[in-house]
Design a protein around this ligand. Structure first.
Ligand code: GLV
Ligand code: MN
Ligand code: MN
Length: 416
Protein backbone atom coordinates (compact mmCIF):
# COMPACT_ATOMS: atom_id res chain seq x y z
CA UNK A 1 0.00 0.00 0.00
CA UNK A 2 1.00 3.68 0.21
CA UNK A 3 3.51 5.49 2.43
CA UNK A 4 3.05 5.21 6.18
CA UNK A 5 0.71 7.71 7.82
CA UNK A 6 2.39 10.15 10.09
CA UNK A 7 1.52 12.48 12.93
CA UNK A 8 1.85 16.16 13.78
CA UNK A 9 5.32 17.53 14.60
CA UNK A 10 4.19 17.85 18.23
CA UNK A 11 3.31 14.16 18.56
CA UNK A 12 6.48 13.10 16.73
CA UNK A 13 8.51 15.30 19.09
CA UNK A 14 6.75 13.70 22.08
CA UNK A 15 7.61 10.27 20.78
CA UNK A 16 11.29 11.12 20.32
CA UNK A 17 11.64 12.95 23.62
CA UNK A 18 9.93 10.18 25.62
CA UNK A 19 12.10 7.59 23.93
CA UNK A 20 15.22 9.58 24.79
CA UNK A 21 14.04 9.93 28.41
CA UNK A 22 13.52 6.19 28.78
CA UNK A 23 16.57 5.00 26.89
CA UNK A 24 19.13 5.10 29.76
CA UNK A 25 16.88 3.76 32.52
CA UNK A 26 17.91 0.24 33.45
CA UNK A 27 20.15 -0.23 30.41
CA UNK A 28 22.99 -2.67 31.01
CA UNK A 29 26.45 -2.55 29.44
CA UNK A 30 25.43 -5.14 26.83
CA UNK A 31 22.47 -3.01 25.69
CA UNK A 32 19.79 -5.12 27.39
CA UNK A 33 17.33 -3.71 29.91
CA UNK A 34 16.74 -4.71 33.50
CA UNK A 35 13.63 -2.99 34.77
CA UNK A 36 12.19 -5.54 37.15
CA UNK A 37 8.95 -4.71 38.92
CA UNK A 38 9.22 -2.49 41.97
CA UNK A 39 13.03 -2.16 41.73
CA UNK A 40 14.69 1.24 41.64
CA UNK A 41 14.57 1.26 37.82
CA UNK A 42 10.85 0.57 37.84
CA UNK A 43 10.24 3.26 40.45
CA UNK A 44 12.13 5.73 38.25
CA UNK A 45 9.95 4.77 35.29
CA UNK A 46 6.74 5.01 37.30
CA UNK A 47 7.73 8.48 38.52
CA UNK A 48 8.52 9.46 34.93
CA UNK A 49 5.10 8.27 33.80
CA UNK A 50 3.31 10.19 36.53
CA UNK A 51 5.19 13.35 35.56
CA UNK A 52 4.09 12.82 31.94
CA UNK A 53 0.47 12.61 33.11
CA UNK A 54 0.89 15.76 35.17
CA UNK A 55 2.38 17.81 32.32
CA UNK A 56 -0.67 16.91 30.22
CA UNK A 57 -3.10 17.61 33.08
CA UNK A 58 -4.33 14.02 32.79
CA UNK A 59 -6.06 13.22 36.06
CA UNK A 60 -4.25 10.44 37.87
CA UNK A 61 -6.09 7.49 39.39
CA UNK A 62 -4.01 4.70 40.88
CA UNK A 63 -6.01 1.51 41.25
CA UNK A 64 -5.77 -0.97 44.11
CA UNK A 65 -3.24 -3.07 42.21
CA UNK A 66 -0.86 -0.15 41.63
CA UNK A 67 -1.69 0.38 37.95
CA UNK A 68 -1.51 4.08 37.06
CA UNK A 69 -4.26 5.66 34.92
CA UNK A 70 -4.25 9.23 33.60
CA UNK A 71 -7.68 10.41 32.45
CA UNK A 72 -8.45 13.10 29.90
CA UNK A 73 -12.02 13.89 30.90
CA UNK A 74 -13.93 12.56 33.88
CA UNK A 75 -14.71 8.85 33.58
CA UNK A 76 -16.96 8.94 36.63
CA UNK A 77 -19.18 11.66 35.11
CA UNK A 78 -18.89 10.96 31.39
CA UNK A 79 -17.60 7.41 31.23
CA UNK A 80 -16.97 4.67 30.78
CA UNK A 81 -14.11 5.77 28.56
CA UNK A 82 -11.43 4.36 26.33
CA UNK A 83 -8.01 3.36 27.69
CA UNK A 84 -4.71 2.71 26.00
CA UNK A 85 -1.24 1.91 27.31
CA UNK A 86 1.02 -0.94 28.28
CA UNK A 87 3.82 -1.52 30.84
CA UNK A 88 7.28 -0.15 31.64
CA UNK A 89 8.84 -3.12 33.45
CA UNK A 90 11.00 -5.61 31.54
CA UNK A 91 12.19 -9.18 31.75
CA UNK A 92 15.83 -9.64 32.84
CA UNK A 93 17.93 -8.97 29.73
CA UNK A 94 14.93 -7.43 27.98
CA UNK A 95 14.64 -5.15 24.98
CA UNK A 96 13.69 -1.49 24.87
CA UNK A 97 10.31 -1.80 23.14
CA UNK A 98 8.26 -4.48 24.89
CA UNK A 99 6.00 -2.34 27.06
CA UNK A 100 7.44 1.17 26.68
CA UNK A 101 6.32 1.37 23.05
CA UNK A 102 2.67 1.04 24.11
CA UNK A 103 3.03 3.63 26.88
CA UNK A 104 4.88 6.17 24.72
CA UNK A 105 2.48 5.60 21.79
CA UNK A 106 -0.45 6.31 24.13
CA UNK A 107 1.08 9.58 25.38
CA UNK A 108 1.93 10.62 21.82
CA UNK A 109 -1.62 9.79 20.67
CA UNK A 110 -3.03 12.15 23.31
CA UNK A 111 -0.65 14.85 22.08
CA UNK A 112 -1.67 14.12 18.49
CA UNK A 113 -5.36 14.53 19.34
CA UNK A 114 -4.64 17.78 21.15
CA UNK A 115 -2.58 19.04 18.21
CA UNK A 116 -5.65 18.34 16.06
CA UNK A 117 -7.80 20.39 18.46
CA UNK A 118 -9.84 17.34 19.46
CA UNK A 119 -12.03 17.40 22.56
CA UNK A 120 -13.13 14.00 23.85
CA UNK A 121 -16.82 13.31 24.23
CA UNK A 122 -15.99 10.09 26.06
CA UNK A 123 -12.95 10.29 28.38
CA UNK A 124 -9.65 8.81 27.26
CA UNK A 125 -7.05 7.25 29.58
CA UNK A 126 -3.37 6.44 29.28
CA UNK A 127 -2.40 3.54 31.54
CA UNK A 128 0.81 2.02 32.84
CA UNK A 129 0.26 -1.48 34.24
CA UNK A 130 2.48 -2.68 37.05
CA UNK A 131 4.55 -5.89 37.01
CA UNK A 132 3.53 -7.13 33.56
CA UNK A 133 6.49 -9.36 32.79
CA UNK A 134 6.69 -11.41 35.94
CA UNK A 135 10.47 -11.09 35.60
CA UNK A 136 10.95 -10.71 39.34
CA UNK A 137 8.12 -12.57 41.07
CA UNK A 138 7.44 -15.26 38.46
CA UNK A 139 3.82 -14.56 37.49
CA UNK A 140 3.13 -12.30 34.50
CA UNK A 141 0.53 -9.51 34.43
CA UNK A 142 0.26 -9.29 38.22
CA UNK A 143 -1.09 -5.72 38.04
CA UNK A 144 -3.92 -6.49 35.65
CA UNK A 145 -4.65 -9.89 37.20
CA UNK A 146 -5.03 -8.46 40.70
CA UNK A 147 -7.05 -5.53 39.33
CA UNK A 148 -9.52 -7.85 37.61
CA UNK A 149 -9.65 -10.48 40.36
CA UNK A 150 -7.86 -13.10 38.25
CA UNK A 151 -5.14 -13.40 40.92
CA UNK A 152 -5.89 -13.50 44.64
CA UNK A 153 -4.12 -10.61 46.36
CA UNK A 154 -2.92 -12.90 49.15
CA UNK A 155 -1.27 -15.18 46.61
CA UNK A 156 0.26 -12.24 44.74
CA UNK A 157 1.62 -10.62 47.89
CA UNK A 158 3.25 -13.88 48.99
CA UNK A 159 5.21 -14.30 45.73
CA UNK A 160 8.94 -14.03 46.31
CA UNK A 161 11.86 -13.02 44.12
CA UNK A 162 15.17 -14.87 43.86
CA UNK A 163 16.48 -13.07 46.95
CA UNK A 164 13.47 -14.22 48.98
CA UNK A 165 11.84 -10.78 49.09
CA UNK A 166 8.05 -11.05 49.05
CA UNK A 167 6.00 -8.82 46.76
CA UNK A 168 4.35 -7.39 49.89
CA UNK A 169 7.78 -6.31 51.13
CA UNK A 170 8.72 -4.89 47.72
CA UNK A 171 5.57 -2.76 47.82
CA UNK A 172 6.37 -1.55 51.34
CA UNK A 173 9.93 -0.74 50.21
CA UNK A 174 8.63 1.19 47.21
CA UNK A 175 6.39 3.24 49.48
CA UNK A 176 9.28 3.97 51.84
CA UNK A 177 11.25 5.16 48.80
CA UNK A 178 8.50 7.62 48.04
CA UNK A 179 6.38 5.80 45.45
CA UNK A 180 2.90 6.40 46.87
CA UNK A 181 1.39 4.69 43.81
CA UNK A 182 2.59 1.36 45.22
CA UNK A 183 -0.43 -0.13 46.98
CA UNK A 184 -0.17 -0.69 50.71
CA UNK A 185 -0.31 -4.50 50.95
CA UNK A 186 -3.48 -4.44 53.04
CA UNK A 187 -5.21 -2.26 50.41
CA UNK A 188 -4.07 -4.30 47.42
CA UNK A 189 -6.87 -6.09 45.58
CA UNK A 190 -9.43 -6.09 42.79
CA UNK A 191 -10.81 -2.68 41.90
CA UNK A 192 -14.28 -2.69 40.36
CA UNK A 193 -14.49 1.07 40.31
CA UNK A 194 -11.27 1.43 38.30
CA UNK A 195 -12.36 -1.31 35.88
CA UNK A 196 -15.82 0.17 35.56
CA UNK A 197 -14.33 3.33 34.10
CA UNK A 198 -13.04 1.43 31.07
CA UNK A 199 -15.27 0.57 28.12
CA UNK A 200 -12.48 -0.38 25.70
CA UNK A 201 -8.77 -1.04 25.86
CA UNK A 202 -6.11 -0.95 23.14
CA UNK A 203 -2.46 -1.88 23.63
CA UNK A 204 0.18 -0.95 21.06
CA UNK A 205 3.06 -3.45 21.15
CA UNK A 206 6.16 -4.34 19.20
CA UNK A 207 5.64 -7.51 17.20
CA UNK A 208 7.48 -10.40 18.86
CA UNK A 209 8.15 -12.28 15.67
CA UNK A 210 8.86 -11.77 11.96
CA UNK A 211 5.41 -11.99 10.34
CA UNK A 212 5.14 -8.29 9.59
CA UNK A 213 8.72 -7.96 8.43
CA UNK A 214 8.08 -10.87 6.06
CA UNK A 215 4.79 -9.46 4.74
CA UNK A 216 6.03 -5.85 4.63
CA UNK A 217 3.27 -4.56 6.91
CA UNK A 218 4.23 -1.76 9.33
CA UNK A 219 1.14 -2.51 11.44
CA UNK A 220 -1.07 -5.46 12.25
CA UNK A 221 -4.14 -5.84 14.41
CA UNK A 222 -3.83 -8.34 17.26
CA UNK A 223 -6.77 -10.71 17.27
CA UNK A 224 -5.88 -13.44 19.77
CA UNK A 225 -3.50 -14.57 22.48
CA UNK A 226 -2.60 -18.22 22.76
CA UNK A 227 -3.23 -20.12 25.99
CA UNK A 228 -0.16 -20.09 28.19
CA UNK A 229 1.05 -21.68 31.40
CA UNK A 230 4.09 -21.75 33.64
CA UNK A 231 5.20 -24.73 35.74
CA UNK A 232 8.01 -25.58 38.14
CA UNK A 233 9.86 -28.88 38.25
CA UNK A 234 12.06 -29.94 41.15
CA UNK A 235 14.61 -32.72 40.80
CA UNK A 236 16.19 -33.88 44.03
CA UNK A 237 19.59 -35.55 44.24
CA UNK A 238 22.36 -36.10 46.74
CA UNK A 239 25.12 -33.54 47.20
CA UNK A 240 28.63 -34.97 47.06
CA UNK A 241 32.24 -34.35 46.06
CA UNK A 242 32.96 -33.82 42.35
CA UNK A 243 36.38 -35.43 42.53
CA UNK A 244 35.94 -38.37 44.81
CA UNK A 245 32.49 -39.73 43.94
CA UNK A 246 32.54 -42.46 41.29
CA UNK A 247 30.13 -41.84 38.39
CA UNK A 248 28.11 -44.95 39.23
CA UNK A 249 27.69 -43.79 42.83
CA UNK A 250 26.25 -40.39 41.95
CA UNK A 251 22.69 -39.19 42.39
CA UNK A 252 23.16 -36.02 40.30
CA UNK A 253 19.95 -34.01 39.69
CA UNK A 254 21.59 -32.06 36.85
CA UNK A 255 21.54 -35.21 34.73
CA UNK A 256 17.78 -35.40 35.34
CA UNK A 257 17.52 -31.72 34.51
CA UNK A 258 19.29 -32.26 31.17
CA UNK A 259 17.02 -35.19 30.32
CA UNK A 260 13.99 -33.09 31.25
CA UNK A 261 15.03 -30.19 29.02
CA UNK A 262 15.54 -32.51 26.05
CA UNK A 263 12.16 -34.12 26.70
CA UNK A 264 10.54 -30.67 26.68
CA UNK A 265 11.96 -29.92 23.24
CA UNK A 266 10.99 -33.31 21.79
CA UNK A 267 7.46 -33.07 23.09
CA UNK A 268 6.93 -29.46 22.01
CA UNK A 269 8.00 -30.34 18.48
CA UNK A 270 5.71 -33.33 18.38
CA UNK A 271 2.62 -31.44 19.59
CA UNK A 272 3.19 -28.11 17.79
CA UNK A 273 3.66 -26.19 21.03
CA UNK A 274 6.27 -23.68 22.13
CA UNK A 275 7.84 -24.95 25.33
CA UNK A 276 10.81 -23.31 27.00
CA UNK A 277 13.05 -23.88 29.99
CA UNK A 278 14.53 -20.41 30.38
CA UNK A 279 15.34 -20.44 34.05
CA UNK A 280 17.04 -23.09 36.17
CA UNK A 281 18.44 -23.14 39.66
CA UNK A 282 21.12 -25.66 40.60
CA UNK A 283 21.75 -25.86 44.32
CA UNK A 284 23.99 -25.30 46.10
CA UNK A 285 25.78 -24.27 42.90
CA UNK A 286 29.47 -25.11 43.30
CA UNK A 287 31.74 -26.06 40.41
CA UNK A 288 33.27 -28.88 42.45
CA UNK A 289 30.00 -29.97 44.05
CA UNK A 290 27.52 -32.54 42.77
CA UNK A 291 24.24 -30.68 43.22
CA UNK A 292 21.62 -31.72 45.71
CA UNK A 293 18.71 -30.14 43.87
CA UNK A 294 17.85 -28.71 40.45
CA UNK A 295 14.78 -26.61 39.76
CA UNK A 296 13.54 -25.74 36.28
CA UNK A 297 10.78 -23.37 35.25
CA UNK A 298 8.78 -24.38 32.23
CA UNK A 299 6.77 -22.08 29.95
CA UNK A 300 4.36 -23.71 27.46
CA UNK A 301 2.16 -22.00 24.88
CA UNK A 302 0.32 -23.20 21.79
CA UNK A 303 -2.55 -22.22 19.54
CA UNK A 304 -4.65 -24.96 21.14
CA UNK A 305 -4.92 -25.85 24.83
CA UNK A 306 -4.90 -29.54 23.83
CA UNK A 307 -1.32 -29.19 22.57
CA UNK A 308 -0.22 -27.85 25.94
CA UNK A 309 -2.00 -30.69 27.70
CA UNK A 310 -0.26 -33.21 25.44
CA UNK A 311 3.16 -31.76 26.29
CA UNK A 312 2.34 -31.85 29.98
CA UNK A 313 1.26 -35.47 29.70
CA UNK A 314 4.65 -36.32 28.14
CA UNK A 315 6.42 -34.51 31.00
CA UNK A 316 4.32 -36.00 33.78
CA UNK A 317 7.35 -38.10 34.88
CA UNK A 318 8.89 -34.88 36.25
CA UNK A 319 5.70 -33.90 38.15
CA UNK A 320 5.43 -30.26 37.00
CA UNK A 321 3.75 -27.97 39.54
CA UNK A 322 1.62 -25.28 37.96
CA UNK A 323 2.51 -21.69 38.84
CA UNK A 324 0.13 -19.88 36.51
CA UNK A 325 -2.34 -20.51 33.73
CA UNK A 326 -3.82 -18.04 31.26
CA UNK A 327 -6.56 -19.29 28.96
CA UNK A 328 -6.43 -18.27 25.31
CA UNK A 329 -8.11 -15.01 24.37
CA UNK A 330 -9.94 -13.94 21.23
CA UNK A 331 -10.01 -10.17 21.17
CA UNK A 332 -13.25 -8.28 20.65
CA UNK A 333 -14.43 -8.42 17.02
CA UNK A 334 -15.74 -4.85 17.02
CA UNK A 335 -12.53 -3.40 18.46
CA UNK A 336 -10.46 -5.42 15.98
CA UNK A 337 -12.66 -4.24 13.10
CA UNK A 338 -12.49 -0.60 14.19
CA UNK A 339 -8.68 -0.76 14.46
CA UNK A 340 -8.45 -2.37 11.03
CA UNK A 341 -10.76 0.31 9.60
CA UNK A 342 -8.68 3.11 11.12
CA UNK A 343 -5.54 1.50 9.68
CA UNK A 344 -7.11 1.24 6.21
CA UNK A 345 -8.35 4.83 6.40
CA UNK A 346 -4.74 5.88 6.90
CA UNK A 347 -3.64 3.96 3.85
CA UNK A 348 -2.16 0.78 5.29
CA UNK A 349 -3.13 -2.86 5.15
CA UNK A 350 -4.21 -4.31 8.49
CA UNK A 351 -3.31 -7.99 8.60
CA UNK A 352 -4.74 -9.80 11.59
CA UNK A 353 -2.31 -11.58 13.86
CA UNK A 354 -2.56 -13.90 16.84
CA UNK A 355 0.35 -14.05 19.27
CA UNK A 356 2.06 -16.46 21.60
CA UNK A 357 3.03 -13.60 23.94
CA UNK A 358 1.01 -12.61 27.00
CA UNK A 359 -0.34 -9.09 27.49
CA UNK A 360 -2.45 -7.04 29.90
CA UNK A 361 -4.89 -6.64 26.98
CA UNK A 362 -5.57 -10.36 27.31
CA UNK A 363 -6.27 -10.12 31.03
CA UNK A 364 -8.63 -7.15 30.55
CA UNK A 365 -10.34 -8.98 27.73
CA UNK A 366 -10.94 -11.98 30.00
CA UNK A 367 -12.46 -9.58 32.52
CA UNK A 368 -15.04 -8.56 29.92
CA UNK A 369 -13.49 -5.34 28.64
CA UNK A 370 -13.58 -5.25 24.83
CA UNK A 371 -9.90 -5.07 23.89
CA UNK A 372 -7.48 -5.55 21.02
CA UNK A 373 -3.90 -4.71 20.07
CA UNK A 374 -1.90 -2.94 17.39
CA UNK A 375 1.39 -4.64 16.55
CA UNK A 376 4.33 -2.68 15.14
CA UNK A 377 6.74 -4.38 12.73
CA UNK A 378 9.97 -5.60 14.33
CA UNK A 379 12.86 -5.83 11.82
CA UNK A 380 14.70 -8.57 13.74
CA UNK A 381 11.67 -10.38 15.12
CA UNK A 382 13.63 -10.62 18.39
CA UNK A 383 11.94 -9.83 21.69
CA UNK A 384 12.83 -10.21 25.38
CA UNK A 385 16.43 -9.67 24.25
CA UNK A 386 18.77 -7.03 22.90
CA UNK A 387 17.78 -7.12 19.22
CA UNK A 388 14.18 -6.04 19.90
CA UNK A 389 13.29 -2.94 17.90
CA UNK A 390 11.02 -1.02 15.56
CA UNK A 391 11.50 1.74 12.98
CA UNK A 392 10.42 5.18 14.12
CA UNK A 393 8.15 5.67 11.11
CA UNK A 394 6.30 2.45 11.94
CA UNK A 395 5.90 3.54 15.57
CA UNK A 396 4.49 6.89 14.42
CA UNK A 397 2.11 5.09 12.06
CA UNK A 398 0.83 3.20 15.12
CA UNK A 399 0.38 6.52 16.96
CA UNK A 400 -1.61 7.87 13.99
CA UNK A 401 -3.91 4.83 13.89
CA UNK A 402 -4.32 4.82 17.65
CA UNK A 403 -5.21 8.52 17.70
CA UNK A 404 -7.73 8.02 14.92
CA UNK A 405 -9.40 5.07 16.65
CA UNK A 406 -9.48 6.90 19.99
CA UNK A 407 -11.07 9.93 18.32
CA UNK A 408 -13.72 7.81 16.63
CA UNK A 409 -14.65 5.94 19.81
CA UNK A 410 -14.47 9.03 21.97
CA UNK A 411 -16.79 10.90 19.61
CA UNK A 412 -19.39 8.14 19.57
CA UNK A 413 -22.43 8.49 21.83
CA UNK A 414 -22.12 5.03 23.37
CA UNK A 415 -18.67 3.63 23.95
CA UNK A 416 -19.86 0.12 24.83
C1 GLV B 1 5.23 -11.69 28.35
O1 GLV B 1 5.71 -10.91 27.55
C2 GLV B 1 5.14 -13.07 27.99
O2 GLV B 1 4.58 -13.37 26.93
O3 GLV B 1 5.67 -13.90 28.73
MN1 MN C 1 4.72 -6.47 26.73
MN1 MN D 1 7.14 -9.25 27.35
Amino acid sequence: MSASPTVSPAAAATFRRCWADLEPVGREADGTYRRLAWTQEDLTLRAWFRAELATRALVEHVDRAGNIWGWWGDPDADGPGIATGSHLDSVPGGGAYDGPLGVVAALAAVDELRAQGFTPHRPIAVVCFSDEEGGRFGIACVGSRVLTGALEPARALALTDDAGTALSQALEDARVQGDDSAPAPEACGPDRQALGRVARFVEVHVEQGLSQEASGDPLAVGTAIWPHGRWRVTINGTGNHAGTTALEDRDDPVIGLAEFVLAVRRSARQHEARATVGRVLVEPGGTNVIASRATAWLDIRAVRTESIEAVLADLAFAEPVRESWTAGVDFDDAVVTDLATATHQLGLDAPRLGTGAGHDAGILSQAGIPSAMIFVRNPTGISHAVGEGAREEDCLAAVAVLARALAQWSSARAAR
